[in-house]
Ligand binder design. Sequence first.
Ligand code: HEC
Length: 245
Amino acid sequence: MNYKHTSIAAHRTSLGLAAVTLTMLGAAGCHTDMWVQPKPKPQAESDFFVDGQSNRPPIPHVVDRAHLRTDDAYWKGIRGVNVVDGKPAGAVLVDEIPSQVYDAPEYKSAAGDKKELLAKVLDRGHERFNIFCSPCHGELGDGNGMIAKRGFSVKVPPRNYNTERLRAMPIGHFFDVITNGYGAMTPRAFQVDQNDRWAIAAYIRVLQYSQHAEESDLKSDEISKIDQPAAPAESSKKTGEGERK
Ligand code: HEC
């Protein structure tokens, strides 16, 4: 009984398969012309070109303008590379956001107000940092991200940005670290694009200030707020938490 049941099922399946195969053959028939058309395959021999190759090598000395990256400040975060005795020398890390970032369509403003532009870049940096970096470095940049807290086991933990050494680093260094990686940290260029890497690099400076502001950096009305008692519980709960984030 069981056997019979199986054989009917098998019969049905093979009928179904035959139908599918026929349909596929029919569909494929429409494309046969295109499959068999004459065309050169990569690396194959060709009797069409004089050099006998199907490959067309790039014309000597032609420069691909879309990938021409001559501006080291923007692309590498450094400027002033000279060659002395056959070796690169004199490179200095840049310490400001390159102008190309401000000109990017996402930030460009008709009014060209530098403060407004900078605010947009930093907002973007804040957002991207929280997505791509805070899991390891923490939202304050203190190295206490969720991954670091919960068993991220490497010899060198994610760095705290609030150290003398990193506070003294030009933002070109942060751009370089994100682009090329640093020690145990893998490069992040594959997931964070060029202008966003600059926006994040600039935002790291903001995080450093947020943990290490001097009194002289503050305006007098901000200083006067420092020793004031906290606002009543209800409103401070809302605003206080928002600000800390
Ligand atoms: C998977 C975890 C991880 C992520 C994600 C990560 N980092 Fe790191 N980062 C590290 C570790 C680990 C180190 C320490 C590397 C070392 O010193 O060998 C480090 C070091 C750094 C340093 C210090 C370099 C120095 O000079 O000491 C900077 C700056 C930095 N990361 C920025 C970033 C930024 C910006 C992002 C996001 C785009 C990011 N990191 C994402 C793990 C991470």
